[in-house]
Ligand binder design. Structure first.
Ligand SMILES: [Ca+2]
Ligand SMILES: [Ca+2]
Length: 252
């Protein structure tokens, strides 16, 4: 275990989200960055399941995309199938509820890749119900080296830490942000930041609150850098989301 610790710490810090903590601040501070900010990746929508094309609000999001499309796209992009189902379903749900947002599955998956490698960080993985096992809990946000300072807001309910907050789940929400935006993606009557459908649909909801149109370069960048205040982070998400879009295009 000892040899793994350094890698774990570095990866966790690199992938940490600061969701919701800079809403009052400048969302796209690129001071010190010499490269230009990324352009918005093309936003790609999954192929919908034939039986669930409208009025899907009571349907678990994993039912929304065509199962063959999900399986093929997961394999082409080396994305775990259970995570892919969540990205695809969340994009289709957002397309129904907020079509003007133009949020593609590939932006959600790009964020999921950078945050937690699709819930596989630190030897975690998704169980059949889509829960992260073991639970994914980011570094203690105590203001020490390389991390921000976020005093406890959840009394340890989500992050098991009643002194400080820690980002939780596959999409790395801060507990306070989760409390504000959580939605039930798998229709089990609960909202759980460790459950991939809930986490990804909540991320979509949060992102579409932040920007009106993800096909617009400036708005895409603003939303993604509000999710995590770093232009380098946005570049990573853009690069990965663009590669996913390219794979999808090749297939058509
Ligand atoms: Ca806490
Ligand atoms: Ca749920």
């Amino acid at each position: 275990m000892g040899t793994l610790n350094l890698g774990r710490v570095v990866r966790s810090i690199a992938g940490i989200a600061v969701v919701g903590t800079i809403m009052a601040g400048c969302a796209s501070d690129s001071a010190g960055d010499e490269d230009p900010p990324p352009e918005a990746p093309q936003q790609v929508l999954p192929e919908p399941d034939a039986e669930h094309t409208d009025n899907t609000e009571d349907v678990a999001i994993t039912e929304l995309a065509d199962a063959d499309w999900v399986a093929e796209t997961a394999e082409e992009n080396a994305i775990p199938l259970r995570a892919m189902s969540a990205y695809a379903g969340a994009a289709l749900r957002m397309a129904e509820t907020q079509p003007e947002c133009n949020l593609g599955w590939n932006t959600l998956a790009g964020i999921g890749s950078v945050e937690t490698s699709h819930a596989s960080i630190d030897d975690s993985g998704l169980d059949a119900q889509g829960g992260a096992e073991p639970a994914i809990i980011g570094p203690v946000l105590d203001g020490s080296e390389e991390v921000m300072e976020v005093p406890d807001t959840d009394q340890g309910e989500y992050d098991d830490d009643d002194d400080w907050d820690r980002a939780v789940g596959p999409m790395q929400f801060l507990p306070e942000t989760w409390e504000s935006y959580a939605v039930d993606g798998n229709q089990d009557g609960q909202t759980d930041p460790q459950q991939i459908d809930d986490a990804v649909l909540t991320a979509g909801t949060y992102l579409c609150e932040t920007a009106d149109d993800f096909s617009d370069d400036e708005q895409w960048l603003q939303a993604v850098t509000t999710y995590n205040q770093s232009t380098d982070y946005a570049r990573d998400v853009a690069r990965i989301a663009t590669s996913y879009a390219a794979e999808d295009n090749d297939d058509q």
